[in-house]
Design a binder for this molecule. Structure first.
Ligand code: BGC
Length: 367
């Protein structure tokens, strides 16, 4: 941003702050009736989980008497920066942000700080900025360990030997999303002993997170990469046994690529064992049908509820307890974090973990 723009923005932010102060710390043009206006920004509306997340936070805050301005950023960074700028201008009392690129919002976060607006990084850590107050998420490294557990169990790695190694290919999430680091690290740490013993092999040799990453978690891009991996490395009798997948739509699209070359319909070529993440409806159906092997359920209702409580505590000036103050360094500071637990879902526990808990209904899954 050039100097003139910076000065104009600062003047604008100061005017907004002054406006709120003179209005008695209350509303902005009638928009923040009740306990105050809270800004919530989610990365996209095109993925099931973020709609659920956004709605859970909005509904929870509204029940407590807050007014919520909920924005979805269409996975477009300029849209997200503009939305945050607008929310600051509107005088929100707290900002809840699930970023697209965790490192792309430094100016917005500095503006929020200047306007004394506390910032909560929602699910994805906001990187390289001192102006992040809290992080609410799942234990991302543990989610990664669970992704590894899924392959260890599904591929029966305990029983496998180097005489007949198990063959897998690896996919990671978006390189600009810090969660991808935890997921991949956890999964690979868990699988390491099997690589070391030579019972697990990646024929493509593509192992580096930068190489196996999927920008914006784009399932179509992952499908293309899977198609290329299959045509380049699996031409003879070599059969792919498993896929490390960080996200349900990637699990489903890579399975599609495998089906297109005969997996699941040719003797000796069963569908590979594939995990995933987010417990999306299509994957639950696939798990029930015996195709995708498993997923990791990160209950967006719990994340939403934890965020609502945090916002309310901040607004009431309460001391926040139970925070992890060690694990999440964003490159600029350690961000105090609230980390929730996730659950592996396979066909065995799908009913108890997903239906009985009300995460999805039987009707949604066609059961
Ligand atoms: C979230 C995942 C999600 C992915 C793609 C990650 O930051 O933690 O739950 O699958 O983004 O939206």
């Amino acid at each position: 941003m050039n100097l003139v723009k910076k000065v104009l923005l600062t003047v604008l932010v100061l005017a907004v702050v002054a406006g709120t102060v003179f209005a008695g710390g209350g509303s902005q043009g009638g928009k923040s009736a009740g306990k105050g206006l809270i800004g919530v920004v989610m990365p996209t509306r095109s993925e099931e989980r973020w709609i659920k997340d956004g709605n859970a936070v909005k509904e929870g805050l509204e029940k407590l008497g807050y007014t919520v301005d909920l924005q979805f950023s269409d996975d477009d960074i300029p849209t997200q920066t503009r939305q945050i700028d607008d929310l600051i201008t509107k005088g929100v009392k707290v900002l809840v942000i699930a970023s697209i690129d965790g490192s792309a919002l430094s100016n917005q976060l500095a503006n929020a700080k200047a306007a004394k607006i506390p910032v909560i990084a929602y699910d994805r850590l906001l990187m390289r900025s001192p102006n992040v107050d809290y992080y609410v998420s799942f234990d991302n490294y543990k989610v990664g360990l669970q992704m590894g557990d899924i392959l260890i169990k599904g591929l029966k790695l305990e029983q496998a030997t180097s005489a007949k190694p198990v063959i897998i290919e690896l996919f990671a999430g978006s390189p600009d999303d810090n969660n991808s680091v935890g997921f991949y690290q956890g999964a690979m740490d868990n699988l390491k002993p099997y690589f070391d013993k030579g019972v697990l092999k990646v024929p493509s040799g593509q192992i580096d997170r930068a190489v196996v990453g999927t920008l914006r978690w784009d399932a179509a891009e992952a499908q293309k990469r899977m198609e290329n991996l299959l045509s380049a490395n699996y031409t003879g009798s070599l059969v792919l046994d498993g896929i490390l997948s960080p996200y349900d739509p990637i699990s489903l699209s890579t399975l599609e690529a495998c089906k297109a070359v005969g997996y699941g319909s040719t003797p000796g070529k069963p569908l590979p064992i594939v995990g995933g993440q987010d417990c999306v409806v299509a994957s639950c159906k696939s798990i029930w049908a015996g195709e995708q092997y498993a997923t990791v359920l990160k209950d967006t209702r719990s994340l939403g509820a934890a965020t609502v409580t945090l916002v309310d505590d901040i607004m009431q000036g309460k001391t926040i307890s139970g925070l992890d103050t060690k694990s999440y360094n964003n490159g600029s500071k350690v961000v105090p974090s609230l980390l929730l637990d996730s659950v592996i879902v396979t066909k065995e526990n799908l009913i108890s973990a997903v239906i009985d808990t009300g995460y999805h209904t039987r009707a949604e899954l066609g059961l």
